[in-house]
Ligand binder design. Structure first.
Ligand SMILES: Cc1cc2nc3c(=O)[nH]c(=O)nc-3n(C[C@H](O)[C@H](O)[C@H](O)COP(=O)(O)O)c2cc1C
Length: 179
């Protein structure tokens, strides 16, 4: 990608992936992006679990009844969790790391999608966070924010139409109500 703005215009959530594996070097760069993400007081409260095993990806895709299917066919997924004891804005810390990974993936020409886990529930009413923790043998004290899916794209998405950006959400100087 030529520059950051172009990358931001072209990045879209990709939910379909080919069966082609992703090079280990690309996985490393994506993880590096997460580990370089800014955190409150440089607390770095996050933990990342990289999952490539097909059976495990399938089981992770069942962490909630809807919206998690991309996990099953991803080349790999990264479970993003963070320790609230280390940072009060742990959700923000984890989210920024997740977003950094998406941008790095986009720069590598890979597709990615954020799958929300925090605050969601599995079929049987179990919190999705607990379902994921149990499956991956994670400590209960480490809440899961999201699962990021990655892979070679098997769908094309239109770039963002910058002429349709919601400029009415931007208030200059003071708040202004807009109908
Ligand atoms: C906090 C958050 C939660 C999301 N949860 C899901 C999800 O559970 N499943 C999914 O398929 N996409 C999920 N997405 C992706 C959004 O649906 C997507 O970013 C949005 O529709 C805008 O599309 P774009 O990313 O292609 O620009 C999530 C994105 C964010 C930022």
């Amino acid at each position: 990608m030529e520059n950051l703005h172009e990358l931001l215009v072209n990045r879209r959530s990709i939910r379909r992936y080919t069966s082609e594996p992703v090079e280990p070097e690309a996985v490393k760069l994506i993880l590096e992006a997460a580990l370089m993400a800014p955190t409150s007081k440089s607390s770095r409260p996050w933990q990342f679990v990289v999952v490539e095993d097909k059976d495990m990806l399938q089981r992770l895709s069942e962490c909630k009844p809807a919206g998690a299917t991309p996990i099953a066919k991803a080349a790999f997924a990264i479970v993003v969790a963070a320790d609230p004891q280390l940072s009060d804005p742990w959700v923000e810390d984890a989210s920024i790391a997740a977003a950094y990974m998406q941008l790095q993936a986009a720069d590598l020409g890979l597709g990615s999608c954020w799958i929300q886990v925090r605050g969601r529930f599995a079929h049987d009413g179990t919190p999705s966070e607990e379902y994921v923790q149990e499956l991956l043998n994670m400590p209960e004290t480490l809440p899961v924010v999201c699962i990021m899916t990655f892979g070679h794209k098997d769908e094309e998405r239109r770039a963002c139409d910058t002429s349709k950006l919601l400029w009415k959400k931007v208030h200059i100087g003071t708040w202004k109500d807009v109908e």
